[in-house]
Ligand binder design. Structure first.
Ligand SMILES: [Fe+2]
Ligand SMILES: [Fe+2]
Length: 202
C-alpha cells in the first residue's frame, strides 16, 4: 500500500464533521503536517496492539492537535487561558506551546466534549507530554515529533524506530530528544516534560 492510499484510508475513517471543521482552520502547510501525523498514527496503530482501544480518539487527536496553530499568538494565548485553570507561570513564558490548549478550547467550543475527555487532554498537552500515563497523548507526541515535514534528523530516527522499539521506549526517546533540544538551546523546560520523562524511566 503506498502512502497516499494509506492517508485516504485513514481520512475516510474520520468523522466528516471533524474533518471539514479542522481542514477549514488550517493552512496548506499545516494540513500537510496533519496528514503526516495521521500517517504516523496509523503506523503506530498497526505496530502496537495496546493502542487498539484508543484508535478513534487517537486519529481525532492527530487531526485536531494543531487547529489553533495558524491563529495569531495573542489569540492562542487568550483561548489557552480559557481552558480549565488557564496557563501556568511557565506556560505563560512558552508561546510555542499555547496552540495546544488553544486547540483544545476550540474543539471544546465546537463539539460536545468535556474538558476531562482524554482527547481534549491529549490535544492540550501535546507539546509538553503528559506527567501521568496518558496513552493518547504519548502516541500523539511521538507521531507529531516524527512527522515527515520535520527537517531535523531526530524526527526521521523516531519514525524509523516505529514498530522496532517497545511503545514506551519510543515515547521515552521522543521526550528525551525534545528535552535535549531545549537544553542545547537554553530554552525553558516545562516541569510536565520532565515528569513525562521520569515516568517513563524503568
Ligand atoms: Fe503542535
Ligand atoms: Fe503538530
Amino acid at each position: 500500500m503506498n502512502k497516499i492510499a494509506l492517508k485516504q484510508n485513514v481520512l475516510r475513517s474520520l468523522d466528516s464533521d471533524y474533518l471539514r471543521w479542522a481542514r477549514e482552520l488550517m493552512s496548506e502547510n499545516r494540513w500537510s503536517h496533519t496528514l503526516g501525523v495521521l500517517n504516523n498514527i496509523d503506523r503506530l496503530l498497526d505496530s502496537y496492539a495496546q493502542l487498539d482501544p484508543f484508535r478513534e480518539q487517537l486519529l481525532l487527536a492527530g487531526l485536531l492537535h494543531d487547529v489553533g496553530k495558524d491563529l495569531p499568538l495573542n489569540q492562542q494565548k487568550q483561548l489557552a487561558g480559557q481552558l480549565q485553570n488557564g496557563l501556568d507561570e511557565i506556560e505563560q513564558q512558552l508561546p510555542a506551546i499555547w496552540h495546544g490548549p488553544a486547540a483544545a478550547r476550540l474543539v471544546l467550543s465546537e463539539f460536545n466534549l468535556k474538558t476531562a475527555d482524554p482527547l481534549i487532554e491529549a490535544i492540550a498537552l501535546h507539546s509538553t507530554g503528559a506527567s501521568t500515563k496518558h496513552t493518547i497523548c504519548d502516541a500523539l507526541v511521538v507521531a507529531d515529533f516524527s512527522a515527515p515535514d520535520r527537517d531535523f534528523s531526530e524526527a526521521g530516527q523516531i519514525r524509523d524506530k516505529i514498530s522496532k522499539l517497545p511503545f514506551n521506549r519510543l515515547v521515552h526517546e521522543t521526550i528525551r530528544y525534545k528535552l535535549l533540544e531545549c537544553l542545547d538551546n537554553f530554552k525553558l523546560i516545562h516541569p510536565r516534560s520532565l515528569e513525562a520523562y521520569n515516568r517513563l524511566c524503568e
